[in-house]
Write a protein that binds this ligand. Structure first.
Ligand SMILES: Cc1cc2nc3c(=O)[nH]c(=O)nc-3n(C[C@H](O)[C@H](O)[C@H](O)COP(=O)(O)O)c2cc1C
Length: 247
């Protein structure tokens, strides 16, 4: 009888361990990781802009100090900060969420951050770009002709702690803005996963994903990046979340 009870108890123990293992496995699958770190103070969090309240975090992020953290890096060039009386060009370059004016790519970056618990870093030039549309368009074309490498204002400390990096940018003249080339020159992405996302006025990614793969031959560049027209950015949150869940 005693032996039967002991056998029964051992079986119960094994089953309960298996059940714990499954629970953890499920939550990892859904969230990518288990502990919240969205608001953690990271050296990478140099974007001081308050995010709109509507961007609620739907999954949890990496454990503090854990290996293999996720980072969202983006460049975005909203051409105004005023939510009212925009010109057509200004309107094209921003979304207004809860009365706050965000660049198109900036908004996508925020949604990714909120749904992955990643840290975030905004690429900003040492010399600010002009907000006047025509001047900006001309300058961007000139930078492309010159194969320029505009200097980036801040830097990402402890890049080695990140193994997955979402990289977002607007399409400029059928390519990435040249400051993205500065970014890829500056950091070593060997062994890391790069997941591109972009916003555009009709051209999608152009060839930018191949370009990134050429610039970073030792990285794993995800070919299924997220791209959205500036006309649809405002309503893109469900699509971004669906894309994230498929990654
Ligand atoms: C300098 C410049 C060049 C652009 N060139 C293109 C282009 O070649 N193809 C395209 O689809 N959109 C182009 N656009 C439109 C932007 O990609 C689009 O408005 C984008 O959503 C802006 O994102 P942002 O607000 O994050 O800067 C260009 C915009 C600017 C300012």
């Amino acid at each position: 009888m005693k032996r039967l009870t002991a056998l029964f108890l051992s079986l119960m123990f094994v089953f309960s361990l298996a059940a714990c293992g499954n629970t953890q496995g499920d939550s990892n699958q859904k969230t990518g990781s288990t502990v919240e770190s969205t608001k953690s103070k990271s050296s990478a969090q140099t974007d001081p802009t308050m995010e709109p309240e509507s961007l609620e975090k739907k999954t949890e992020g990496n454990p503090e100090g854990a290996e293999g953290k996720t980072l969202v890096v983006y460049f975005s060039m909203p051409e105004t900060t005023e939510p009212d009386n925009m010109t057509q060009e200004e309107d094209n370059s921003v979304v207004v969420i809860d009365g706050e004016v965000l660049g198109n790519t900036q908004y996508v970056a925020y949604v990714i951050r909120e749904n992955t618990g990643a840290d975030i870093f905004r690429i900003e030039p040492v010399t600010p770009y002009p907000t006047d549309h025509d001047t900006l368009v001309d300058l961007a074309a000139q930078e492309q002709d010159d194969n320029a490498r505009p200097a980036i204002k801040d830097s990402i400390e402890n890049m080695e702690q990140y193994d997955t990096i979402f990289v977002g940018y607007p399409n400029w003249w059928g390519d990435m803005p040249m400051i993205l080339y500065s970014f890829f020159d500056e950091y070593d992405f060997s062994g890391k996963t790069i997941i591109p996302f972009n916003t555009h006025g009709g051209s999608g990614f152009s060839n930018t994903i191949s370009t990134i793969a050429e610039l970073e031959p030792d990285a794993n560049v995800n070919q299924d990046g997220f791209t959205v027209s500036r006309n649809n950015v405002q309503d893109a949150e469900p699509d971004i979340i669906a894309w994230l869940n498929n990654l």
